[in-house]
Design a protein. Structure first.
Lengths: 46, 295
């Protein structure tokens, strides 16, 4: 059985990790969509 | 580093990593779960390549290096298993190192190369450690580089009969973004598993004690374990273990040579026989894993 500090430690790690992963996924997805639009001709590179 | 590859210290050093080292439990858990996920993904990748006949000409060498990588990864799993030196690790390795002994000529030599002594002990642990952290990673790096290089030359395969009409997608940045998204999704799964179901450490191994009942290897060795359980001790006067090892050796050899055996795919034709073989093999592997796990 986990003690409260152990459980707290794990939850902090999980929450921090998931926030980082979701943040990165948001940025990467934005770049991916931008690239897709650019290659289909919607955005002209200056 | 924190881990000490000696029977007197290995278990204690892992306990220190898990209990006293800041976030040591997380690193150990990430390592263990990523190993399981890697083997799982490797099987998924291999069977998707097999069923889509992506091994066909001109990708024969890519398939061969992929089979070598599968064996290497299973080697990583086997050599890493003993390192915590807990009861399960010790006795599973003890049983696991007995299995290849029946293979003529190479069996005993191979086992003594890994064990280093008659019994699983200090020599075995240092050898397993060396294989796990030096020998296998060096070989794996070279084979992975070769595998990826071939992929760069041949490109991504399309299923048999599909006309190549689309312009190929450049790896960077288009494909890399997609890859990164999949990688991030995989990392989120790994993180959830590692934090909510951390790898446990059993009791310290006692080589003098008898093996506890119900010892089982890791899930990816269960097909072999279950097959050995199902085959009688002697079949038509031949030792059952020797028979299973011989059949397994032949099957791995044939599996590696699939691109040269499946001539229809090489000519760009459909080959339903090989699709059926792949589906049967998946069913056998899944069935023996489930049977080995629940019985």
């Amino acid at each position: 059985m986990l003690t409260f500090p152990e459980l707290h430690d794990r939850m902090v790690v999980l929450a921090t990790g998931l926030v980082m992963v979701l943040g990165l996924a948001y940025i990467v997805n934005k770049m991916r969509v931008r690239r897709k639009k650019a290659s289909s001709g919607d955005i002209q590179d200056q | 580093m924190y881990y000490q590859p000696a029977p007197e210290h290995a278990y204690e050093s892992i306990r220190t990593i898990v209990n006293d080292t800041p976030h040591g439990w997380l690193v150990r858990s990430l390592h263990a779960w990523s190993a399981h996920l890697m083997v799982g993904m490797l099987f998924v990748h291999m069977f998707s390549v097999f069923l889509l006949k992506a091994y066909r000409k001109p990708r024969e060498l890519m398939w061969l290096s992929g089979v070598a990588l599968l064996l290497l990864v299973l080697g990583f799993g086997f050599t890493g298993y003993l390192l915590p030196w807990d009861t399960k690790a010790y006795f599973a390795t003890l049983i696991g190192t007995e299995v290849p002994k029946s293979v003529p000529l190479l069996g005993r030599w191979g086992v003594s190369l890994i064990k280093g002594a008659e019994y699983v002990g200090e020599e075995t642990l240092t050898r397993m450690y060396s294989f796990h952290v030096i020998v296998l990673p060096l070989i794996a790096c070279a084979v992975i580089a070769f595998h990826l290089l071939l992929n760069q030359f041949s490109g991504v395969s399309v299923p048999v009969g599909t006309p190549v009409t689309k312009k190929p997608i450049p790896f960077f940045p288009d494909f890399a973004y997609r890859d990164l998204m999949a990688w991030l999704a995989g990392f989120a799964v790994l993180l959830i598993l590692a934090t909510l179901m951390p790898k446990e450490l059993g009791e310290k191994a006692d080589p003098m004690a008898s093996a506890p009942p119900g010892m089982k290897p890791e899930w990816f060795f269960l097909p072999l374990y279950q097959t050995l359980r199902m085959v009688p001790a002697t079949v038509l006067g031949i030792d059952g273990e020797l028979l299973v090892n011989a059949v397994l050796g032949i099957l791995i050899g044939l599996w590696a040579l699939i691109p040269f055996i499946d001539r229809n795919s090489a000519r760009g034709l459909k080959s339903p026989l090989f699709t059926a073989i792949g589906i049967l093999l998946i069913a056998y592997i899944a069935g023996t894993i489930l049977a080995g796990y629940f019985t």
